[in-house]
Write a new protein. Structure first.
Length: 203
């Protein structure tokens, strides 16, 4: 079954590895209504797509997103041929190698043995650097909240955005932050959302 009914609320399960669960975030999010829980099966990620829940909960019946430590990410794998790769997105972008963000400075460029050739528009690995485990940020945001209220996000990692990892627009109230920071940034702030306090978000 894709969901279990309990006290007029549903637990909507996402697990790409199970045939009796939703296979992606988009289809699962479309099935949610007030009082429901979106439950990401442990170790079922990373999810390489945007999470956008259009439905709102209520004060008594919020929509709960149980991330179970899963990552929703804007990162996509890079494929190198003879140590070179032409990115699908324009510079600037963020790189990650073996799960760790690749630091960049104006003076020295990227660390971890990789360089970006702006004239050729391609990434190049230095001699001896493995082509495995490289990722690049491809999405402007990975969690979108627009004109929605009473949504609670728990134990969810958000990473790999080109712009703002958590994208807030429209009018709404009483939103609770993701529990874990996935490296979209390090800012923790209170967001004014439609004239109401939207809660605290980490991205």
């Amino acid at each position: 079954m894709l969901w279990a009914q309990c006290a007029f609320s549903a637990s909507v399960v996402v697990n790409p590895n199970a045939s009796d669960a939703y296979q992606d975030l988009a289809s699962a999010a479309a099935a949610l209504s007030a009082g429901d829980t979106l439950w990401l099966a442990p170790d079922s990620g990373p999810y390489r797509e945007v999470l956008h829940i259009r439905a709102s909960g209520t004060e008594a019946r919020p929509i709960i997103i149980e991330g179970n430590g899963n990552e929703i990410t804007g990162f996509e794998p890079l494929v190198f041929v003879e140590g070179r790769c032409s990115p699908s997105v324009a510079y600037p972008f963020v790189l990650r190698h073996q799960g760790q963000r690749v630091m960049e400075s104006e003076a020295h460029g990227f660390s971890h043995g990789i360089r970006y050739d702006a004239k050729q528009g391609r990434l190049e690995l230095l001699p001896g650097i493995s082509p495995e485990g490289w990722e690049i940020s491809t999405r402007d945001f990975v969690l979108r909240i627009q004109d929605a209220s009473y949504q609670q996000y728990r134990d969810l990692v958000v990473s790999g955005s080109l712009n703002d990892g958590i994208n807030l627009h429209g009018e709404g109230r009483d939103l609770s932050r993701p529990h874990r920071d996935g490296g979209c940034g390090s800012l923790l702030c209170s967001v004014s959302y439609g004239g109401q306090a939207a809660g605290y978000f980490s991205w």
